[in-house]
Write a protein that binds this ligand. Structure first.
Ligand SMILES: CC(C)(COP(=O)(O)OP(=O)(O)OC[C@H]1O[C@@H](n2cnc3c(N)ncnc32)[C@H](O)[C@@H]1OP(=O)(O)O)[C@@H](O)C(=O)NCCC(=O)NCCS
Length: 202
C-alpha cells in the first residue's frame, strides 16, 4: 500500500471503508485502552456492518459508568476514521467538551492506528489533523492523556507540541495517566508543512 499524503483525511465512518476496517480489526487495531476485538466480535461487525457504522456515527447521550462506579454524562463528540482512498489507517475519537471524567482521565481525544501502519508517522499525523479540526471549533488547547507505559502515544503527543500538566490522581478505577496540554493548530500552512515532512511516504 503506497501512501499519498495529500489524500489522507479524517472523516466520519462510512460503508466504503468497511472492508479495509475489518482487515484492520483482524490485524489487532484498537483505540485507547480498549483491548483488541475477538474473532467473534469482528464476525458480528462484518455481518452487521451497516448498523455498526451507524452506531459509530450516532451521538450518544445519557450517562456511562466508570469502573469505580462513578456515573458521568456523555459529552458531545465525534468518532473519525483516518483513511486514504477508502483504505482504513486508524481512528480518532474527539470529545468537544470536557466534564469531570474527561478532565481527570480521558482527555479530549482517543486514537488508534492499525498495527501494520504503526511507526510510520500516522499517529502523529492523526493528532495534527485533529488539532486543525479542533481549532476550527474555536478550541485553543486539547487535553490529551496517555498511560506512562505507552511511549508511542506519549511521543505522538510530544511531536504535536504537548506540554506535561501532571500525572492525574483521578482515575475512576482505570490506571493512572499523564495529562498533557496540546495547542490546537490555527496555522493552515503549518499543517501542510507537517503533512509534507511526515515520514508516511516511505
Ligand atoms: C499510540 C499509537 C496511536 C501511535 O501511532 P503510530 O502511528 O505508531 O505513531 P507514530 O508513527 O507517529 O510514532 C510516534 C513515535 O513513537 C515512537 N514509538 C513507537 N513505538 C514506540 C515504543 N514502543 N517505544 C518508544 N517509542 C515508540 C516512534 O518511533 C515515533 O517516534 P518519532 O516521531 O521520534 O520517530 C499506536 O501505537 C496505537 O494505535 N497504539 C494502540 C492504541 C493506543 O495506545 N492509543 C493511544 C491511547 S489513546
Amino acid at each position: 500500500m503506497n501512501i499519498d499524503l495529500g489524500s489522507i483525511i479524517l472523516d466520519f465512518p462510512n460503508m466504503d471503508v468497511v472492508p479495509s476496517y475489518i482487515e484492520a480489526l483482524r490485524e489487532g487495531y484498537k483505540t485507547g485502552i480498549q483491548p483488541a476485538m475477538s474473532a467473534e466480535e469482528i464476525k458480528e461487525i462484518e455481518e452487521n456492518s451497516k448498523t455498526h457504522v451507524e452506531n459509530l456515527n450516532e451521538k450518544k447521550t445519557g450517562v456511562f459508568t466508570a469502573p469505580d462506579g462513578s456515573v458521568f454524562p456523555y459529552v458531545p463528540y465525534e468518532h473519525l476514521w483516518l483513511t486514504q482512498n477508502d483504505f482504513f489507517i486508524g481512528s480518532v475519537s474527539f470529545r468537544h467538551e470536557l466534564n469531570e471524567f474527561f478532565t481527570g482521565f480521558a482527555g479530549h481525544i482517543g486514537y488508534g492506528i492499525r498495527p501494520s501502519f504503526q511507526g510510520k508517522g500516522a499517529g502523529t499525523l492523526a493528532l495534527k489533523l485533529l488539532r486543525r479540526r479542533a481549532a476550527e471549533r474555536g478550541i485553543e488547547r486539547l487535553l490529551v492523556t496517555c498511560s506512562p507505559d505507552n511511549p508511542a502515544s506519549e511521543k505522538v503527543i510530544l511531536n504535536n507540541g504537548g506540554e506535561l500538566w501532571d500525572i492525574s490522581s483521578r482515575t475512576y478505577g482505570f490506571e493512572q495517566v499523564k495529562r498533557y496540554w496540546v495547542p490546537t493548530d490555527t496555522d493552515r500552512d503549518g499543517a501542510e508543512k507537517t503533512l509534507a515532512s511526515s515520514r508516511l511516504n516511505g
